[in-house]
Write a protein of this length. Structure first.
Length: 289
């Protein structure tokens, strides 16, 4: 069985990070090997939470894995507690990854034109170094712009997109994707979660795939708001598909179908966004990938 080292936080409540990644990757027939970056009572969207930074313990875990000659087929990184953890992950790639190891980096730094509390210019700079190690990255639009231009230019561009017509905005983001792939020498990337309003007023969610120099948009109807963990679930499908040799286009189509069911149920049931979506009953959709 193929193995993916999943470097992410562990939040007890909120259906995100490791609690999202482990069942999804497992359902796709790949073993998830978690390496926690932090342990939280619940994800930070709830407002009040207990946080235990795991930076020093990450290296202790890595020492034990090295004794076992651990060689993962894939590496998937998500939420990091700070820029120091980028250095730990870079060390991980040196110790455990080979030319055959498929690496997916989700550069978690912000969303909707705002940066997260954990963001710093140092984190962004080190994230650029880490992204150069990746085969695939899955930034949202905010994170894609942060990687290319930094915080201030990101804010300017996000404001400009808000006033653009649909086709112009999509083309602008397509060019961002191609520039990002070229700048960081990436085979594939997916710019996730782009809100797009159609001419008939219907709101859709767009995901841009750049793969081997080609670009393609994938759209789905947007329901509800922003739910905890959906980005982690999305990236988890892509990471497992990646080590199985499945194209990003196919993985994105499957991830969209998988998430759409859970999001629809959350809207119907009136689930709080912080609680995440009811994805568990849709895991069977992933077994044929």
């Amino acid at each position: 069985m193929k193995k993916i080292a999943v470097i992410h936080d562990l939040s007890g409540l909120g259906k995100c990070s490791l609690t999202a990644a482990i069942p999804v990757i497992s359902a796709m027939g790949v073993q998830a090997c978690p390496l926690p970056t932090a342990v939280l009572s619940n994800q930070t969207g709830y407002g009040s939470f207990f946080w235990d930074d795991y930076t020093d313990r990450m290296e202790q875990i890595m020492k034990e894995w090295k004794k076992m000659d651990f060689r993962p087929d894939g590496l998937y990184t998500g939420f990091l507690a700070g820029d120091e953890q980028v250095e730990v992950i870079l060390k991980f790639t040196e110790l455990f990854c080979t030319e055959e190891t498929q690496i997916l980096i989700d550069p978690v730094m912000g969303d909707q034109g705002a940066v997260y509390k954990t963001y710093s210019s140092a984190l962004c700079e080190k994230m650029r170094t880490l992204v150069r190690k990746a085969d695939v990255i899955t930034p949202n639009l905010t994170e894609a712009l942060l990687l290319l231009y930094g915080k201030e230019e990101m804010k300017k561009r996000m404001k400009s997109y808000a006033g653009m017509k649909r086709e112009q905005m999509l083309e602008e983001i397509r060019q961002i994707g191609k520039t990002l792939a070229g700048e960081f020498d990436l085979d594939s990337l997916v710019i996730t979660g782009v809100d797009v309003e159609e001419e008939d007023g219907i709101l859709k969610m767009g995901n841009l795939v750049v793969e081997n120099g080609e670009t393609r948009w994938f759209f789905s109807i947007k329901e509800g708001g922003s739910y905890s963990g959906t980005g982690d679930l999305f990236a988890s499908v892509l990471s497992a598909g990646m080590v199985k040799g499945i194209s990003m286009k196919v993985c994105v189509e499957k991830a969209i179908a998988f998430l759409s069911g859970g999001i629809h149920d959350a809207v119907v049931e009136g689930t709080d966004r912080n609680d995440g979506i009811c994805f568990e009953k849709y895991l069977g959709m992933l077994t044929d990938l």
